[in-house]
Design a protein around this ligand. Structure first.
Ligand SMILES: [Zn+2]
Length: 354
C-alpha cells in the first residue's frame, strides 16, 4: 500500500526491502521538510507490520488492523495533560507523542519506554512515533536514549523531524536515518486532482507549495508566497546585486515582531531556494526543483551562484538554528548570518554547547 502514498519512491523502495528482509531497524529517524508525508509513511510501516493479510510484507489496507491504524485519536480539547499522553490510534499497539508546548517531556519518553517493553497486545509489533523529535530537551533525550539503546525486538520507534541538526549526536547515532525529499509539483498536482481539486487550481497550488503537500492542502499560500518573496530578495542580494543594505533590511524584517512565529519557516524557505538555485547550476531539470514556478528567477541566480558557497550557506543556516536554542540574541545572530553568507565576516564556529 506504499503505492498510495505520494512521492518519495526511493524511500518506499528502501522501506519495502527492509520489511521483506525482516530487517526493519528498531529505531529510525525520518527527516525532511514539513508536510511531505513522513508521518503517513511511518503509519504505513506500522500497518505493514500488523496487517492480518499482508501481501509481500505490504499492508492490505482493508483488514481491521489496517483500518484502525490509519486513525490517530488526537485530543479534541486544549488540555495539556491529554497532549502529554501517548496519542493512540484505534489499534492498541500503535501510538505517537507530540511536543505539547514546544517541548517533548521526560514523562512522555518514560511512557514510551514502559509501553515499548510490553509485548504486542494484538498485532505483531508495537510502533511508536515521536513527532517533532527536534523538540527533545537534554532530559527527555536522555530518557529516550534508554529505549533507543536496546529496543525490544517487537517494538519499533520512529522519530520524525524537519530539523535533524537539532538532535543530540547520541540520539542520531542510534537511529537509522531515512531522508525524505520535498515533493515535486507534478506529484502534488496529481494528488490534488485525484482528490477532487479542479485541474487549474491544482496546478497553481502544486507549483506554489514549495514541495509540501501540507502547504498545498492547508491553503495558506498567501503567507508562504510572501515569505518566499522576502527570502528570494536575500538570495538576490547575495548572488546578483551584492547589496549589503538589502541583506541587513531582510535580517531586520526576519526579526520583526509580526513575523516572530514565522522565523523558522522563513529559514526553511530560504534553504529550499538556495538548494533549487544550486541544483539548476548543476544542470538539473526545472521539473525537479521545489520552487518550479520561480524557475526564471532561480535560473538567473543559478548562472552566478558558486556551488561551494551555496553548500556553505546551508550549513551556516543550520548553525544559526543551533545557536538559537541557547538563547543567543536572535537579532544579532541573524545580522551576522547574512554578513557571513555575503563573505564579509568569517564564520565563527562556536563550540557545541551540548
Ligand atoms: Zn491489512
Amino acid at each position: 500500500m506504499f503505492d498510495e502514498l505520494t512521492g518519495n519512491s526511493r524511500v518506499k523502495g528502501v522501506l519495502e526491502r527492509m520489511l521483506v528482509a525482516d530487517r526493519l531497524p528498531g529505531a529510525m529517524l525520518f527527516t525532511g521538510e514539513e508536510g511531505i508525508g513522513k508521518k503517513l509513511f511511518a503509519l504505513e510501516i506500522a500497518r505493514a507490520l500488523n496487517c492480518r493479510t499482508p501481501k509481500d510484507m505490504e499492508a492490505c489496507g482493508v483488514c481491521s488492523s489496517c483500518v484502525r491504524i490509519r486513525k490517530l485519536n488526537y485530543p479534541t480539547r486544549d488540555d495539556a495533560d491529554e497532549w502529554t499522553q501517548i496519542i493512540w490510534t484505534d489499534h492498541p499497539d500503535v501510538g505517537l507523542v507530540v511536543a505539547p508546548r514546544r517541548v517533548l517531556r521526560v514523562e512522555q519518553m518514560r511512557q514510551i519506554e514502559k509501553e515499548a517493553n510490553y509485548r504486542p497486545f494484538e498485532g505483531k509489533a508495537r510502533v511508536f512515533l515521536i513527532d517533532e523529535a527536534d523538540k527533545l530537551n537534554d532530559a527527555s533525550a536522555n530518557a529516550l536514549l534508554k529505549v533507543l539503546e536496546e529496543p525490544p525486538r517487537t517494538s519499533h520507534l520512529i522519530l520524525i523531524t524537519a530539523r535533524p541538526a537539532m538532535l543530540l549526536p547520541t540520539i542520531l547515532s542510534r537511529c537509522q536515518m531515512i531522508r525524505f525529499s520535498p515533493l515535486t509539483p507534478a506529484e502534488i498536482e496529481k494528488y490534488l486532482i485525484k482528490n477532487d481539486t479542479d485541474v487549474k487550481t491544482a496546478r497553481l497550488r502544486a507549483r506554489a507549495a514549495g514541495g509540501s503537500m501540507g502547504r498545498a492542502l492547508s491553503g495558506d499560500l498567501i503567507t508562504f508566497t510572501s515569505q518566499r518573496k522576502a527570502m528570494l530578495k536575500v538570495l538576490n542580494a547575495l548572488v546578483l546585486s551584492n547589496d549589503r543594505a538589502q541583506l541587513l533590511r531582510s535580517a531586520e524584517q526576519l526579526n520583526e515582531a509580526q513575523y516572530k512565529d514565522e522565523f523558522e519557516e522563513r529559514l526553511d524557505v530560504l534553504e529550499t531556494l538556495i538548494r533549487d538555485a544550486w541544483m539548476l547550476s548543476l544542470g538539473v531539470d526545472t521539473s525537479r526543483i521545489v520552487n518550479e514556478d520561480l524557475s526564471a528567477e532561480l535560473k538567473e541566480i543559478a548562472q552566478k551562484i558558486d556551488p561551494g558557497r551555496a553548500g556553505d550557506w546551508i550549513l551556516q543556516i543550520e548553525d544559526l538554528r543551533e545557536q538559537l536554542i541557547v538563547n543567543v540574541n536572535r537579532k544579532v545572530t541573524t545580522d551576522s548570518l547574512f554578513l557571513v553568507m555575503a563573505g564579509d565576516v568569517a564564520a565563527t564556529k562556536r563550540p557545541k554547547v551540548r
